[in-house]
Design a protein around this ligand. Structure first.
Ligand code: NAD
Length: 484
């Protein structure tokens, strides 16, 4: 298959927080891969802006080290790395003061796209937006990219939207949710809306339930103090799992256009029912072997913050009434695995006397690892002996199906940054979507805080608290096994 990489327009990309962890692990290696792939125009430039004083060459050395660490060996080409780092410069800047802003302004070129990536703590978003605008560094075509978390409740998200809106139009603001940049997530839309096969069945009448799982093996080690102010609901469900739910549940947009897609997602969020306390299970990982438990990692012996959450969610609209969406996410679980599983209902009537071996059709969309899709279908068990049924997967691993091109699936961040340069907001959250998601999440969080609910302890390396199994068992269903 011939790779079709369409270069974007020439840009100056400023990364605030260019020396930070996210820039080092994701943004800069991702930009290098796009440069290597021929998508980043030769005359584009990257300007890192952060607090420390350092020269361009000192920063370039950091970028080389980041590429060494985070780019696969077969993609590291010494000559290309030299060319790439030559396009990078560094400005020491104080986001909350006046140092560095004049220099940044002088660095920017006219006639190219200006993009500003806010890879800094959210408490600095407002100060940076204000200075970009006061110093005349941003123009009406400029774009800003803001990282998560976007607020910690509805009030703070509204405040943040209001601050950004003072300086930038909504069309200039790119709220990043890297889950939306994943190949499979976009493929979900292609599978739904570019085929006739699934959409007629895509409703409560034919779908029994949906499971969305985002399981991690890591704990909160190292960032426990921050995490303890957040928890799995704020850190994962309100944003990432909610976005996945929206893409599964939304009505077909009239066009694959940013506002058409985001309008449909917003309608789903607004149709979500409040979640009853008995439909929520929260957990905290316990100490296991020589590994500390959540409480020690958080540094708060009385912490009630959840490192795991499972929820049963209902969408009250014509399409989904009666089909539950079960969501779960947690840390220190059995495997690192993210997937969406759509379980279809039984056929209305079985023509086989002996339906032994019958199982539901399941469409599994794997986000990581091994991005791909799998459709579990029933067939006749081969061989003599009558009509016995067995289930087989129609497996489509993207890396295999797409050959060499599949091996080179761009990372979510690099894809999303290229979308920013293209001016395509489809895979970014709009302000009203984020607010609606908080309006749904806030009462759930307030509910458990008011009741004083404590998370259940769970053994690390398992699939979470026992109570989460009951959430499905009592509905006559079971979670899929968490495995890589
Ligand atoms: P970090 O602490 O590693 O880096 C922060 C960066 O901000 C540094 O470059 C620092 O120099 C700069 N900075 C801090 N104060 C400054 C100031 N007053 N003026 C100018 N620069 C200043 O943080 P990070 O982990 O890279 O995270 C950055 C953002 O990305 C945060 O909003 C975070 O929530 C979000 N995020 C990070 C990750 C991740 O994996 N690290 C994942 C998702 C989202």
């Amino acid at each position: 298959m011939v790779s079709r990489v369409i270069p974007v327009d020439t840009f100056d990309l400023v990364i605030f927080g260019g020396t930070g962890d996210l820039a080092r692990r994701k943004i800069l290696p991702g930009l290098y891969r796009r440069f290597l792939g021929g998508q980043m125009p030769q005359d584009s430039r990257i300007i890192a802006a952060a607090r420390s004083d350092m020269s361009d060459d000192e920063f370039r050395a950091q970028v080389r080290a980041a590429i060494e660490e985070f780019v696969a060996a077969d993609k590291r080409d010494a000559a290309v790395i030299d060319e790439f780092v030559a396009r990078i410069s560094y400005v020491a800047i104080d986001a909350t003061g006046e140092n560095g802003w004049a220099q940044l302004k002088d660095t920017m070129r006219d006639g190219v796209i200006r993009a500003f990536y806010f890879s800094v703590a959210p408490s600095l978003f407002g100060a940076i937006a204000e200075r970009l605008s006061d110093h005349g560094i941003a123009d009406p075509q400029s774009r800003i990219v803001v990282e998560k978390p976007f607020g910690r409740d509805l009030a703070s998200a509204k405040a943040l939207n209001a601050v950004l809106a003072q300086h930038f139009a909504e069309e200039q603001i790119y709220r990043i949710d890297h889950y939306l940049g994943k190949e499979t997530v976009q493929n979900l839309m292609a599978v739904r809306f570019a085929n006739i096969l699934f959409e007629p069945l895509w409703k409560a009448q034919y779908i029994d339930h949906v499971q969305i799982t985002v399981a991690e093996t890591v704990g909160v080690d190292g960032r426990g103090a921050y995490y303890d102010t957040s928890g799995a609901m704020r850190d994962m469900v309100q944003n990432h799992l909610m976005q996945l739910l929206c893409l599964i549940a939304m009505e077909p947009p009239y066009h694959f256009d940013p506002n058409a897609v985001r309008d449909e997602k917003l309608k789903v969020i607004r149709a979500l029912d409040p979640v009853a306390p008995e439909d929520i299970v929260r957990g905290q990982y316990l100490k296991g072997g020589d590994q500390d438990g959540y409480v020690a990692h958080s540094g708060n012996p009385h912490s009630r913050t959840e490192s795991y959450i499972a929820l049963k969610v209902h969408i009250s609209n014509w399409r989904w009434k009666g089909t539950p969406f079960y969501l779960r996410t947690g840390k220190r679980l059995r495997a690192r695995a993210s997937e969406i599983a759509i379980t279809f209902k039984e056929p209305p009537h079985s023509i086989f006397d002996d339906a032994e071996g019958w199982r539901e059709n399941v469409l599994v969309i794997r986000l990581q690892p091994n991005e791909g899709m799998n459709l579990m279908v029933m067939i006749k068990e081969p061989g003599p002996g009558g009509m016995r049924l067995t289930q087989v997967p129609l497996d489509m691993s993207f890396a295999e199906a797409l050959g060499e091109e599949g091996e080179d699936i761009p990372d979510a961040y690099e894809r999303l940054i290229m979308d920013v340069i293209r001016g395509n907001q489809t895979l970014f959250m709009r302000g009203d979507e984020v607010e609606a998601a908080w309006a749904w999440a806030d009462p759930i969080i307030e509910g458990w805080e008011r009741r004083g609910d404590r998370p259940r302890g769970y053994e690390p390396g398992t699939s979470g608290p026992e109570d989460a199994l009951m959430l499905l068992h009592r509905d006559g269903r079971r979670w899929r096994e968490i495995r890589e």
